[in-house]
Design a protein around this ligand. Sequence first.
Ligand code: VG1
Ligand code: CO
Length: 543
Amino acid sequence: MSITTVATQAFAGQRPGTSGLRKKVTVFQQAGYLENFVQAIFDVVPELKGGTLVLGGDGRYHNRAAVQTILKMAAANGVAKVLVGQGALLSTPAVSCVIRKHGAVGGIVLSASHNPGGPDGDFGIKYNVTNGGPAPEKITEAIYQRTTTISEYHTYSSADIDIEALGEYTLGGMQVVVIDPVSDYAELMESLFDFAAIRAWFASGKRMRFDAMCAASGPYATRIIEGLLGAPKGTVVNGVPLEDFGGLHPDPNPVYADDLVAHLTAADAPDFGAASDGDADRNMILGRNFIVTPSDSLAVMAANATLVKGYAGGIAGVARSMPTSCAVDAVAKKLGLPCFETPTGWKFFGNLLDAGKVTLCGEESYGTGSGHVREKDGVWAVLFWLNLLAVTGKSVEEIVTAHWKTYGRHFYSRHDYEALDIEAANGLMTHLRSQLASLAGQAFGSYTVALADDFAYDDSVDGSRSEKQGIRIIFTDGSRVVYRLSGTGTEGATLRVYLEKFEADTSRHGVATQTALADLIQIAGEVAQIATRSGRTQPTVVT
Ligand code: VG1
Ligand code: CO
């Protein structure tokens, strides 16, 4: 058993996207592909030498093989200790929690989140830094640059470690601890939420359905909701993580979690429904016959935070990604809280959270979180809502409709056009950019453009600037259309069109979302020439 240095050739295209490097499993299975990226991490983060690394993933196909490869490379690169989740499993928020709790230098998350899994599906890898959050662009870019010139990697030749059971091992000079993936996380949740109140809520006969979609949230939800909170067995469904997610598409939205939606609209619907994605950082919240839009969920959390144990002392401020609706802005304004607008992707919230400028953050893409970790957190969001239901005694629908009465309703929808021809999608964005200078002042039906720009973000903490983060067209009444190309897909390009319209009039809050947004949908299609340029007359996914 010894350290060996292996010659390798650089692969093109290893630049991390919105959330790490995501490619087909078959791409990652090429000799050296994963190794090059991992060696680049060790080269760019010298503190890992002699430090602690956290390692785990969403349980998808290739996780276990990748963990063994990374353990051997970590040993050869001088890492002192690796905390690895049993069965290679650690949800994304749990990695963040474990990094922070155990003072690790960083963590490697093996996940392609909600993208399909299995041998023909997707795989992904992401590096998280010492605060527990996704590496900022400065580091992901340095890792990428390193992959373009890499010529060798280091590994330790030895037999695989048994990661299926808890235990401690040594690999050369490195200690490996196989940890229970749930316990640190469950302890953190217990410190934030009123478990006694939630237990009483369940004991009073209230019912819930949590759909883990055969992905990483299953063990967390089962241990916490059915175990610690006493919900009846069967409350968590699809609770065992499977390498191919049981063929499901673990993307918690009304399209892919349609089975959950059907249960919440059935005659015997439970009081509360929730789902999470592949790596358990996303959440979908439902009431009986009622779907909560993620942007509204963030706003409701901000408005009611002081009712929840861990936030009873008040929150410092809020942040949302630019395409996320302005519902939370309305709450911040009323409560006198600072409100930040960041580019898409959780990495932009880290500095604000570290600086204590914000407590709650959210994205329209079913992501919400707080300063308890540095990732969005699906199970946390579900427990937040459970805590709210338990202490108010109200239903989900009552809470949200009362919120709209107070703050007005921000109708919101996202239209995705998936697997587009890359050149056509880039052409569409270029065409949009070419119109930016002339759009302001133009009228489209009853809407007049107040501002059109390509969103750029100046980080108020470290002064970094991120450009070209999405085209936004803001109308004089505050309605918005935003266009972005996805940075997480693995096939062609995905155009995301985000649509938002504010409605103060309570009598119009019951209108169907797509109806309320119909005019904006048409304008969005016209301005971007979506049909002619993409060849599509309808979006692939509407959320
Ligand atoms: C998408 C979402 C974004 C989210 C990202 C990672 O990115 O839009 O809000 O942060 O996924 O989430 P994009 O670039 O495809 O729009 V996850 O749960 O996939 O790690
Ligand atoms: Co995810």
